[in-house]
Design a protein around this ligand. Structure first.
Ligand SMILES: [Fe+2]
Length: 370
């Protein structure tokens, strides 16, 4: 199947995005892109003693959390750890049962499919809960609750929250509920599975600045996007917010004398765990700089899930136990991602594109909620 897809790619039957991202989407090299520049970049960290350190491994993405969720019958357990060497090249995958897979092993391509699918699922839930429901929802709400429409801070920051409230509202009914789109699409039971996943994600949230987070994960000086563009963008947005605040408030006295701003900040510090309750100009700038970084560049990087889901067999979050060793896609997985992409108006490949049709012809048919 891999060869068939590569052949079709070579023959021009698959339309690539402008940036040529689909070149060898199943290759080992693509794992570095996914885990250091995109979906996995918010999970990757330096290995520690607790990771059962293996010779030659330098970085790890630990998704063993997925191992302990409850699955519907017949679905493959997605728990795994993905290891990379000091060049950020994938070197090993540890499966949920402790089995180890290495490049060129018999099950290597299948193990990579699982790793891609696991990070896709993990990042999607984290993205929905942390980026949409917390980093976007609460500040956006707070601006509207405490600052009048003509308040200069509300005017300056509101453009960063396009459709935030309707997106969160739709997500509650479409993505979070039992038998909603995500429950149908993913292999988990609701109780003990998806519901637990959402709940754990919300309760484990802790506000942190991106540089501090990178330091804690040992990734501050990483040469990929996580440590380069990500850090630069964070600095740019922090300065942008700082300049905006300075523009509005000529000095700290005038800033502290705005009672509405204090109420607005206090609401965020109560609702976002880890935001300091001390209201002053420098904390305000730090918190808002972080929020804008999360809802813009970081959001796009983590949230650009559709492009991975719609690549030919790049992910299959409905892997079946009976397919162990095989690299196969899922018609339902593609349909769900196309639907979500359509609803959210993402300018990514849609089901009407050639790739979608190719997948429908070749992907194995399943039934939803089986
Ligand atoms: Fe989003």
């Amino acid at each position: 199947m891999c060869n068939e897809i590569r052949t079709k790619n070579l023959l021009g039957l698959i339309v690539e995005p402008y940036e040529g991202r689909w070149v060898e989407p199943l290759s080992d090299a693509s794992m570095t892109r996914i885990f250091f520049s995109s979906l996995g970049s918010f999970l990757v960290r330096k290995v520690t003693i607790e990771d059962r350190y293996h010779r030659g491994t330098e970085y790890v993405v630990d998704m063993m959390y997925l191992r302990d969720l409850e699955y519907r019958d017949g679905y493959e357990n997605l728990g795994c750890k993905v290891f990379f060497d000091s060049n950020s090249e994938i070197s090993m995958i540890e499966d949920h049962d402790g089995s180890l897979y290495h490049p060129r092993d018999n099950f290597w391509e299948w193990a990579k499919l699982k790793a891609r699918s696991a990070v896709f699922v993990y990042a999607s839930v984290e993205y929905l809960m942390w980026y949409h429901m917390i980093y976007a929802n609460i500040p956006g709400m707070s601006l509207r609750m405490f600052l009048p429409p003509d308040h200069p801070v509300r005017l300056a920051l509101t453009p960063h929250f396009f459709r935030t409230h309707s997106t969160c509202n739709q997500a509650e009914h479409l993505l979070v509920v039992e038998k909603g789109i995500i429950h149908r699409a993913l292999p988990f039971q609701y109780k003990g599975g998806l519901e637990k996943f959402y709940t754990d994600m919300m309760t484990s949230f802790q506000f942190s600045t991106y540089p501090v987070e990178l330091e804690q994960r040992g990734m501050m000086d990483n040469e990929h996007h996580i440590g380069t563009d990500g850090v630069f963008l964070h600095g740019i947005l922090s300065r942008y917010v700082s300049n905006l605040v300075d523009e509005i408030y000529p000095d700290k006295m005038s800033f502290m004398a705005d009672p509405r701003l204090k109420e607005h900040y206090e609401f965020m510090s109560k609702k976002i765990r880890g935001v300091t309750s001390e209201f002053n100009m420098s904390n305000f700038k730090m918190v808002w700089g972080e929020i804008l970084f999360r809802v813009t560049g970081a959001h796009t990087s983590v949230g650009n899930v559709a492009i991975y889901a719609l690549e030919p067999f790049s992910v299959n979050f409905r892997m079946k136990e009976q397919d162990k060793g095989k690299v196969v896609g899922s018609r339902e997985a593609i349909a769900v991602m196309s639907l979500i992409s359509g609803i959210s108006c993402l300018q990514n490949t849609r089901i009407s594109h050639k790739t979608g049709r190719m997948l429908f012809m070749t992907a194995k048919a399943e039934h939803m909620l089986d």
